[in-house]
Write a protein that binds this ligand. Structure first.
Ligand SMILES: Nc1ncnc2c1ncn2[C@@H]1O[C@H](COP(=O)(O)OP(=O)(O)O)[C@@H](O)[C@H]1O
Ligand SMILES: [Mg+2]
Length: 247
């Protein structure tokens, strides 16, 4: 397998109560390449978060095959969530350190070097001793990103990471995320419901149908980087994507 992660013919039904099956995903096939920035785009309820949970091994009940490349384990993966998922009683530093605490090969001093480097990279150094409630939404999500990258993951899953912050902050965070990805060359799988966001960030975009989620189309983003999302080429791609979503 050349890809770092693949889904073959994945279907998923939630069976909460007998006779009330919820068919969520149907025949999902995806191959994610090394270092690729892959975006899952679809309406609410189309099963995007469920796909990330299956890819990351959190969700184990489904039909079909999910494969990680040989040598990849769950410790090579990190998550960034829409709701930030920070622990309110911990400081920014302690939240960012969380993924490293279990690592027996790292001393507290070694963790400090790593965490402070990530906090610096995200402009959070001054806030290291602040608690999440003292921060803006953007700073909270920067903390979520710092936590995710501190473990030096091979794959990062981001689930609508910018939808809880205002659009100005979201623009900055997208730039920061791109800079991190370009520097570190990890694989990113990100979920969004925003076409413009997908166009700005993705190498490839899988468009999902409403529930049960099927892959309507996978598009290779032709726009060169760095991208101008207000260019005629970008608007053209946006039109093409709208035509797929609302034919
Ligand atoms: N643990 C669960 N039990 C029952 N239904 C669920 C569960 N998780 C998600 N669902 C349902 O599955 C559908 C897809 O959910 P989700 O993957 O969260 O979609 P998306 O992220 O695209 O909004 C939704 O209708 C949701 O209510
Ligand atoms: Mg979701």
């Amino acid at each position: 397998m050349d890809s770092i992660l693949s889904l073959q013919n994945i279907s998923k039904t939630f069976s909460e109560k007998p006779g009330e099956d919820l068919h969520v995903l149907e025949h999902i096939n995806l191959e994610i390449g090394h270092g690729e920035f892959f975006v899952l785009l679809g309406p609410s309820g189309s099963g995007k978060s469920t796909i990330l949970r299956i890819m990351s091994g959190l969700e184990k009940s489904y039909s079909g095959t999910m494969q990680w490349e040989n040598g990849i384990t769950q410790t090579d993966m990190s998550f960034v969530f829409q709701q930030f998922a920070l622990l309110p009683w911990l400081t920014v530093y302690e939240n960012a350190e969380m993924g490293l605490i279990m690592r027996k090969d790292l001393t507290a001093d070694m963790r400090r070097v790593i965490v402070m480097k990530e906090l610096r990279e995200l402009g959070l150094e001054r806030f290291a001793h602040a608690h999440p409630h003292e921060l803006s939404g953007g700073m909270r999500q920067r903390t979520g990103i710092a936590r995710a990258i501190a473990t030096n993951p091979k794959i990062i899953f981001l689930d609508e990471p910018f939808s809880e912050v205002d659009s100005f902050t979201a623009r900055e965070l997208r730039k920061d995320l791109l800079a991190i990805w370009e520097r570190r060359k990890m694989t990113i799988v990100m979920v969004t419901h925003l076409i413009e966001e997908a166009i700005e960030l993705a190498d490839r975009i899988a468009i999902l149908t409403p529930r049960p989620g099927k892959i309507e189309k996978t598009i290779t983003n032709p726009l060169p980087r760095p991208r101008n999302i207000r260019s005629p080429e970008s608007y053209k791609l946006e039109d093409e994507m709208y035509a797929i979503i609302e034919p």
